[in-house]
Design a protein. Structure first.
Length: 537
């Protein structure tokens, strides 16, 4: 066993077990060990840190949130001095950063890599979580923290006769560590979400022929890739804590202040100018949320945004038939997409767009895929088909709370949590960015939540208490979240945001839609009210 693989497991008794060492899990490990001085061990299926950034190393993968807020703030020196090279960091740079954080704080010695946790059961008699690993070992811990990722549970549907295909099938979210050479090859990309459009724009000029298998077209705006802006660096350096707190006190923590103006309240000329400015600046979240306040809630306001994008699309794509295929018919109310030069890709002679809703992918052959009754010959097929988001990884672990309550039963018709961090009847159990967390960018919010429950655990430690959640408090939280999504167009537009992307998954709210600033107010009021809604028994 190498040091990086961690301690021997069977029979160990910990204070804290952590599942997942992505952004949230790494910071939780730091807090439990360095702030609270607890005996903690983390587990991850990967052979390194990074969570979703470990696995998603497909061509073109980068953060499409500005690097300024895609960072930790707890290590002030690194917050100020880590030199992100680009406005949107590439996956390799994110991974380098996370390794640097882990190495600086010597976190890897407390991680068992290549270790899957299959089962977690609360044992009332010993007041411990009993975890079973994929290799049959047992680990006990007083606290269990699951930091298993919002978008980490890969979804890659199969099509009939896959075993007959003589080429290669690659899943974007499980990309091989050694990047396959695709130059000159006939490549299909199935899926046109954030992952698909990054792969498509990166590969179009590098492969022999690119076949894009599009089921539902999406609204895409430019990303605005470029060097990390000096003014942002200056602002962070001037006062990093003030910058962090400013970002947290916005609605979505994407590094800008959301608009409060209705798209319908300004003259058409001014509206166009605002959209044009946002288009030139780049960034999907900014285009959707910084321009106007009601794009995601008002069909009329939404149409002003889609009319603008449609005009850009039609100007960019030379073949009107292809432009029509690329034009969505639903609201601009999925997770916003941004990529530079996306629509222009379809002017290339080596790119073919297939409408696989009208002409479905039927099956594999030895040479490729049958699409709408015709064979498309391929060397490589890339599945960019997304994730069983938000709840997927929690439900993969057989999690049993008090009195034998199984999480899969409790969440059968949709998740139930309190503040996105705890579940009633699951004592001493915490989630980082669990269901019904705020609908925001992640790293700074992960930190905020981990800080929050670190304080709660510290309070419980003082009294040897067990932390649980009141059912009524949880019910109220779920209701607030359900009402919140119901008021938006996200609710009525199929996507992973509401669970509609996974066949058979309950379609429901999984978010607190009130914004991060309000979330902090609500959760801080709970803390100041003697942790009302939590029980520390
Ligand atoms: P996604 O947004 O769920 O997109 C999946 C795509 O696969 C959709 O186009 C979907 O079509 C298609 N698809 C699924 N099953 C299919 C089937 N059986 N046949 C044909 N097409 C099928 O997934 P994603 O692109 O991986 O993105 C998920 C989220 O991960 C993003 O929204 C984002 O939050 C995050 N992400 C972030 C970044 C970044 O920061 N840069 C990069 C990648 C991902 P339908 O639309 O018809 O279902």
């Amino acid at each position: 066993m190498t040091e990086a693989q961690g301690k021997r497991l069977d029979g160990i008794d910990l204070d804290v077990a952590i599942i997942g060492v992505g952004v949230g899990g790494l910071y939780a490990l730091y807090c439990m060990r360095e702030k609270l001085g607890l005996n903690v061990q983390a587990f991850d299926m990967a052979s390194g840190v990074g969570g979703t950034w470990f696995w998603n190393r497909y061509p073109g993968c980068r953060v499409d949130t500005e690097s300024t807020v895609y960072t930790y703030s707890f290590d002030l020196d690194m917050f100020q001095n880590w030199k992100w090279s680009e406005r949107y960091a590439r996956q390799s740079e994110v991974l380098d950063y996370m390794n640097a954080v882990a190495d600086k704080h010597d976190l890897k010695r407390s991680i068992n890599f290549n270790t899957r946790i299959d089962r977690a059961q609360w044992d009332d008699a010993t007041e411990r979580w009993v975890l079973a690993t994929g290799t049959g070992e047992t680990v006990r811990a007083r606290y269990l923290i699951e930091a298993v990722g919002l978008l980490s549970s890969s979804y890659a549907p199969t099509f009939p006769d896959q075993d007959k295909f003589k080429g290669q099938v690659l899943v974007a979210s499980k990309w091989p560590e050694t990047n396959p050479d695709l130059s000159g090859k006939r490549v299909a990309v199935i899926g046109t979400g954030s992952t698909g459009i990054q792969i498509i724009t990166e590969l179009a000029s590098k492969v022999g022929h690119l076949h894009v298998m599009q089921r539902t077209p999406q609204w895409v705006v430019p990303l605005g890739i470029g060097p990390f802006p000096q003014e942002a660096r200056d602002r962070i350096n001037l006062n990093p804590i003030a910058f962090r707190d400013w970002a947290l006190n916005t609605g979505t923590v994407f590094g800008f202040v959301e608009s409060t103006i209705s798209a319908l309240a300004v003259p058409a000329k001014e509206r166009q100018e605002r959209y044009e400015k946002a288009w030139q600046k780049g960034n999907g979240f900014s285009f959707m949320l910084e321009t106007f306040a009601d794009i995601t809630v008002s069909p009329e306001a939404n149409k002003t945004a889609t009319d603008f994008i449609k005009a850009k699309l039609e100007a960019a794509v030379k073949d009107p038939k292809v432009a029509a295929m690329l034009t969505p018919t639903d609201y601009y109310a999925r997770r916003p997409l941004a990529a530079d030069g996306y629509y222009e890709v379809y002017n290339r002679p080596n790119v073919t767009l297939h409408d696989v809703k009208a002409n479905p992918i039927e099956r594999y052959t030895e040479r490729g895929l049958i699409v709408g009754g015709e064979e498309v010959e391929l060397d490589v097929i890339i599945m960019a088909t997304g994730f069983d988001a938000v709840t997927g990884n929690y439900l993969k672990i057989d999690t049993i709370g008090k009195d034998g309550a199984n999480l899969r039963d409790i969440w059968a018709s949709g998740p139930r949590t309190f503040g996105g961090m705890t579940i009633a009847g699951f004592p001493n159990f915490f989630m980082v960015f669990g269901p019904f967390s705020p609908f925001t960018s992640q790293p700074l919010v992960h930190e905020w939540q981990v800080n929050y429950f670190t304080d709660l655990i510290e309070a419980a430690e003082k009294t040897n208490g067990i932390v649980d959640t009141e059912v009524t408090a949880q019910d109220q939280w779920v209701q607030i979240c359900q009402d919140g999504l119901a008021g938006t167009l996200f609710q009525v537009t199929d996507s992973w945001i509401n669970g509609a992307n996974i066949p058979g998954k309950p379609r429901t709210s999984m978010w607190y839609m009130g914004g991060m600033a309000n979330y902090m107010v609500e959760m801080n009021a709970i803390r100041d009210n003697n942790y009302r809604g939590f029980t520390v028994g």
